[in-house]
Design a protein around this ligand. Structure first.
Ligand code: HEC
Length: 173
């Protein structure tokens, strides 16, 4: 591949628009967003980042909402692949962005999540969280009384049901 082609490809991918936020003004989404914060998800899947200096003015000093901190986290033994990669230890993974998550089934014709695609949808992905995300995972699974291993939490987020913040397993962040 020539340098010129690579440069063009880079600019093209850098300037592709992210999926537009949908149904952002519904009570369901607002409640789901509150639960996301309440569970402690936003400690890593941070809501807003500001881009820095960039040769392209369109990308310079922009506030974006990718739902990632772009950092490595120890996600516990359940997600470890036993293989360090550069600066990442065997159980460390970089927080993936969650923007556009809802479009994955339509765009990809599947919903295999996490680094090796083992999770079938968001609920399973969350239930694989451990290590630094153990508290958030527990808060999520215990929400709505779904109990460990249940998927009630994600349905609650999806439909915007509220969970009792004082309930056992609620986040303490
Ligand atoms: C300690 C940081 C941390 C916290 C807290 C956290 N996550 Fe994550 N999340 C990650 C990392 C790192 C991955 C990638 C793990 C992998 O690929 O194996 C991930 C992956 C995901 C994925 C799969 C995305 C994909 O594209 O594969 C979803 C969905 C998700 N998280 C949702 C949540 C929700 C909802 C919560 C709160 C209940 C939460 N996360 C809390 C760090 C965190």
């Amino acid at each position: 591949m020539s340098d010129e082609f690579l440069d063009k490809l880079t600019v093209y991918t850098q300037t592709l628009a992210v999926p537009r936020r949908r149904e952002w003004d519904t009570p369901e989404l607002k409640q789901g967003e509150a639960l996301f914060t309440q569970f402690g998800c936003s400690a890593c899947h941070v809501k807003s980042l500001k881009t820095g200096d960039h040769p392209l003015p369109e990308l310079r000093n922009q506030t974006i909402h990718p739902l990632t901190d772009l950092l490595l986290h120890d996600m516990g033994p359940g997600l470890a692949d036993g293989r360090p990669d550069h600066q990442a230890g065997p159980s460390e993974w970089r927080t993936p962005p969650l923007w556009g998550l809802g479009m994955i089934p339509m765009a990809n014709q599947h919903e295999h999540l996490l680094h090796d695609g083992r999770a079938r949808g968001p609920a399973e992905a969350i239930l694989w969280h451990g290590g630094e995300a153990e508290g958030a995972k527990e808060a999520f699974s215990e929400c709505s009384g779904s109990g460990p291993g249940g998927a009630g939490g994600v349905s609650a987020v999806a439909v915007g049901e509220s969970c009792d913040p004082g309930a056992e397993g609620a986040p303490r962040r």
